[in-house]
Design a protein around this ligand. Structure first.
Ligand code: R5P
Length: 266
């Protein structure tokens, strides 16, 4: 296995000045990798989205020796490409049912480390790799750090559904579960609905603040609808969430309830 060196052109490009949001994503990702991707970790889950490339970038910076006997499992097509293009060894969840650590992005994280995920339609595979990991870590920029889910990510809870059942699930969400504005997610630059890596559709279902304050209850109700494959509410899975801030610090929310401020350069 040949792993690109730290001075490769792709990393040189990555070292170019970043916007404040991108810099915050990188800061969160680098901090999380430094703290949670340890020398003894060999089976590593790589999540989806625009923050995760910085996770892979930092893992590469740990060096060829450290990565030689590691296997990386993807949460979808995008992270599979990330892993292979980085020259890291690709594995599959069907080969490894226990992961040492999984690091993933999030659309929003509340005070109790519950998350909305699935803005990129990857929540099914992401949840499988999150639950299979001994340690599941979330990385995001400061915009995702919230106290109640649905405050900043307002398009709704992403719900993966079997195409066959999408209209019945939509009806139940609208008329029984209190999401009258639930809609089928449509593609951009593609006619028709978004189709997931699992050949399913996505429904985005916004709920009131009162309902979003109890994400576990909402998750249970949505999962019981026939045809629902997975819900983009992650409850009681996250061990720690790292948010990069505009001032160069990182806010870490821990499973214990503690919130730690990591100052620039630490
Ligand atoms: O389906 C997509 C995933 O849940 C992403 O991890 C989530 O949307 C966050 O992505 P980003 O890092 O681009 O904000």
């Amino acid at each position: 296995m040949s792993i690109p060196s730290i001075s490769s052109p792709s990393l040189a490009a990555a070292a170019a000045p970043l916007s404040s949001v991108e810099a915050s994503k990188r800061l969160a990702a680098y901090t999380a990798v430094d703290r949670h991707v340890l020398p003894e970790d060999k089976i590593i889950g790589i999540g989806s989205g625009s923050t995760v490339p910085y996770v892979v970038e930092r893992i590469l910076q740990q060096g060829e020796e450290r990565n030689r006997d590691r296997v990386f499992l993807p949460t979808g097509f995008q992270s599979q490409e990330l892993i292979t293009h980085a020259g890291l060894r690709l594995g599959d969840i069907t080969q490894y049912s226990v992961l040492d650590v999984t690091i993933d992005g999030a659309d929003e994280v509340d005070s109790d480390l519950n998350c909305i995920k699935g803005g990129g339609a990857c929540q099914l595979r992401e949840k499988v790799l999150a639950e299979a990991a001994k340690t599941f870590i979330v990385v995001a920029d400061y915009r995702k750090n919230s106290s109640v889910l649905g405050t900043t990510f307002i398009t709704g809870v992403p719900i993966e559904v079997s195409p066959f059942a999408h209209s019945t699930v939509l009806r139940s969400l609208r008329t029984k579960l209190g999401s009258p504005k639930a809609i089928l997610r449509m593609g951009h630059a593609k006619a028709g609905p978004v189709v997931t890596d699992n050949s399913n559709f996505i429904i985005d279902a916004p709920f009131s603040e009162d309902v979003m304050k109890k994400p576990h209850e909402l998750l249970a109700k949505i999962k019981l609808l026939t045809g629902v494959v997975e819900v983009g509410l992650f409850c009681n899975i996250v061990k720690a969430a790292y948010f990069g801030n505009q001032d160069g610090s990182v806010t870490a929310k821990l499973e214990s309830g503690e919130v730690v401020q990591i100052e620039k350069g630490h």
